[in-house]
Design a protein around this ligand. Sequence first.
Ligand code: SF4
Length: 449
Amino acid sequence: MNQFESMKAKVGKFSLANKTILLPEMGHSGSFLVAAAMRSFGIDAQVMETYKGLQLGKQYTSGKECFPCQITLGDVLYHLEREKERLGEGFNSENYLYFMAESGGPCRFGMYNKLHRIILDSMDGFSKTRIASLTAEDSYSVAGLMKPEEKTHFRRSAYVAVVISDILDRMLWRTRPYEKEKGQAEAYYEKTLENMCLAVEIHGRKKRFQQIYRTLEEAVVKAQDIIEPTIPAKPLIGMVGEIYLRSHTKSNQDLIKLLESYGGEVVNASLAEWVNYVSYDNMQKAGRKALLALKQRDLKSLSQNLRQWLSNRIELTYQYFRMDQIYRRVKKHLHIYNDHKIDKLEKQLDNGRLFSFHVGTEAGLSIGGALEYCLHGFDGIVNVFPFTCMPSTMCSAVLKPLLDRKQIPYIDASYDGTYQPNLEAAIRTFMYQAAQHQRKRLAQGNTRH
Ligand code: SF4
């Protein structure tokens, strides 16, 4: 089988039944909660230990690839090697499905799973591990992976798991800078994550979302006790950027904690934002295609695209309904920040003058997200991304001069696995500016949000 045949035969949508699904860790809570949602549907899903195989990831790549591509490659190679050692003769790489999503152009995310395929094929004993892939092109439809009667329900349960992971992260960022005892917030977060994984695994398939919400609500009520009420509000920093790097604390060298150590409180863009964006973007694309079909009097294409439009509209409405429902319940007890709605982010782009969603990628979300933070009185913006990331570089080119004019502190933080000696000094200076911004804002009577 040549490389192209192998990509066709061993990258795509394969049944998850009777296989062990290997998920790379991206956001800590997000990966574990999605794995729990999968287990709820009887899928043997495991989150691979992350970053331990980075050397392997670097060894089998040229250095020109995106950093997340190297990390995830390292994770799967490291995991399969450990499994081979553990099982000895009993190891069969065919029993595993490695999960790697993709998206269409214009950046390189669509290429990760192809490159990983070539590398797995070149390795002794790993060529039979197939790569299960979901694509943003069809809004991450799980058709082909699950039984047809379960696919919509699974997708929705997984979405609820993603929103819960966003809430847990927000709970951590809200409590850690104000904790009474050092380490209390993180310990509580880990314990809550375990409980929520259990709740999702038990109730996800049975659609008992109210039970899951109740467990979450109880956890959030107790989280208030972590906060020391006498600590004054800290400068609030909004984080945007490439989804993997901003969510994966090991590869961003725990940037949120570093910002907190210099006196900040941070809100990172969520994981659900990307899922909502994909549904929104596919809905808009179908709408544009339907309009073109109407002009060309192509009835077949018109009806196809109208169906596409409607299905994405329904999915997006459902997603927002669940998201609002969960945030409402949590916010009764703990003040966390609402997630962004995608149409609001698009409006921030000033009718395409600053950037256009038509270009695709996360740049539109990051630019719109940063401007939404500014509108709500945040004191500084951090753009986190892998070194040489194309969308984040565009985002930086737009945001830097814009926020400079608005006099809002801004910093780029790019990572490639090495330690930059001057990064900490730059972060310290940035936090100093953010504290000045907060003082000025409060003096003007602008209390935030
Ligand atoms: S978003 Fe950036 S890091 Fe991710 S594939 Fe595209 S260029 Fe690479």
